[in-house]
Design a protein around this ligand. Structure first.
Ligand SMILES: *Cc1c(COP(=O)(O)O)cnc(C)c1O
Length: 410
């Protein structure tokens, strides 16, 4: 569990410098935005539905404990994670809400799972029996458990044909309570609506067979992630499991308009600025050569932190090769995906050459007055930013106020 301990810097209302002074790069998380998103989604979905706030993968990079607390205070009913270890981390930080562990537990984890009152998802009779045995050993009865049903994702879950047998095995054990049944959709966010309907039909048939077998309804049936909850209101059932939308990213297929705010941003403080003459290499392999005198800012962020630009790929065919050539030509002429740019204030600075392990160089020739200490916004995929990059909690309002203080001081 020690690897999961995050160097979180909790700074509810302090100055930006106090919060981030001495940090080269950090993830800035806006909990006001997270709270806003949770409330906006609750309003859209209504008050009957159970909302599971998915806080797996360190709450999509936002910090699991802080995010979980914030979500629970803003209309989310329960939490969900993938691994037992993630649930334990929340419990050890005082989170009392029901926590569903959506992935399968290893046998060695069952005692800890029960000790920490985490709700398991099972797909086999064997795992259900082991959980019942362990619940019995620790004097528990009616321990809540969910059945995960395989309907098309090809990941974990019991096939529909075997689901009634699993339900019967659970119902026969007084140590357990079959609290829920769920499945996970493969194409809710990719627009294949037909496959969503097919998966849900298989899910409903399996649930009906389970319920008639055990002779009682399963209280919490759930299938929808963010994309499905918004695009398929008819498939919200008793509960939805939301990640993406809470953290401020509307799924492409969202059927309803939501006013969401960005929660997460990777920041880096300029460590060094230098003026390089024309014809000077920048970075490993001299992948970039200056064509004119160039003002270069060095950012202390690199691929070890999770900042990576287009991983080098070998073209797999003639069309692929053509695409690579077009992209390379576009990059040469300075057009291309915006991820090749870093924001400094309102300006955009192109990344020069290769991103190194802990440094990135950017062209700031066109940005006047750039100095070491200035803060840049780095585009990165939130879930791949390393866990040991500190998370700093500052709201957008506070950021705005601090920006004004800074400009007044200048
Ligand atoms: C990650 C996950 C979710 C949440 O998905 P989003 O698209 O981020 O809303 C829901 N259910 C399961 C099983 C997941 O693994």
């Amino acid at each position: 569990m020690d690897q999961l301990h995050l160097p979180e810097i909790l700074t509810p209302r302090s100055r930006l410098d106090e919060a981030t002074g001495g940090l080269g790069c950090w993830v800035q998380v806006d909990l006001d935005a997270l709270a806003h998103n949770a409330r906006a989604i609750r309003k859209t979905l209504g008050h009957e539905l159970i909302i599971y706030g998915v806080v797996k993968a360190n709450a999509y990079g936002c910090g699991a404990v802080e995010s979980a607390r914030c979500l629970m205070e803003n209309g989310v009913d329960r939490l969900a994670v993938t691994h037992v270890s993630e649930g334990i981390q929340l419990r050890q930080n005082g989170i009392k809400a029901p926590i569903l562990v959506m992935g399968p537990a290893f046998p060695e984890e069952i005692a800890a799972l029960i000790h920490h009152k985490l709700t398991p998802a099972v797909a086999t009779v064997e795992l259900a029996q082991r959980i019942a045995d362990e619940a019995g050993r620790s004097g528990k009865s009616s321990y809540p458990i969910h059945v995960k049903i395989e309907t098309g994702l090809g990941r974990t879950g019991v096939f529909a044909a075997a689901a009634p047998e699993l339900a019967a095995a659970i119902a026969s054990r007084p140590e357990l309570q079959l609290e829920g049944a769920f499945t996970h959709l493969a194409t809710a966010a990719t627009g294949d609506r037909r496959f969503v309907h097919d998966q849900v039909a298989r899910f409903q048939a399996a649930v009906a067979a389970m319920e008639s077998g055990i002779g009682s309804p399963i209280p919490i049936k759930h299938a929808a992630n963010s994309a499905a909850a918004l695009a398929f209101p008819q498939y919200r059932f008793d509960a939805v499991r939301l990640g993406t939308v809470l953290y401020g990213q509307p799924p492409l297929s969202a059927g309803e308009r939501l006013d969401l705010r960005e929660v997460w941003g990777l920041k880096a403080r300029i460590a060094h600025v230098s003026l390089l003459p024309a014809d000077h290499g920048v970075g490993y392999g001299r992948a970039f050569i200056t064509r004119r005198p160039t003002k270069v800012a060095v950012l202390p962020v690199g691929y070890v932190d999770g900042f990576q630009l287009e991983p080098a790929s070998v073209p797999t065919g003639l069309w692929d090769l053509t695409k690579v050539l077009i992209k390379t030509a576009a990059a040469y002429f300075g057009v291309g995906p915006s991820s090749r740019f870093i924001r400094i204030g309102k300006a955009k600075a192109p990344v020069l050459g290769k991103v190194a392990m802990q440094f990135t160089m950017v062209d700031v020739t066109a940005i006047p007055d750039v100095q070491p200490g200035h803060i840049a916004e780095v585009p990165a995929r939130r879930t791949v930013v390393a866990l040991n990059v500190p998370r700093v909690y500052i709201s957008a309002d506070e950021q705005e106020r601090l920006n004004q203080e800074v400009s007044l001081a200048n």
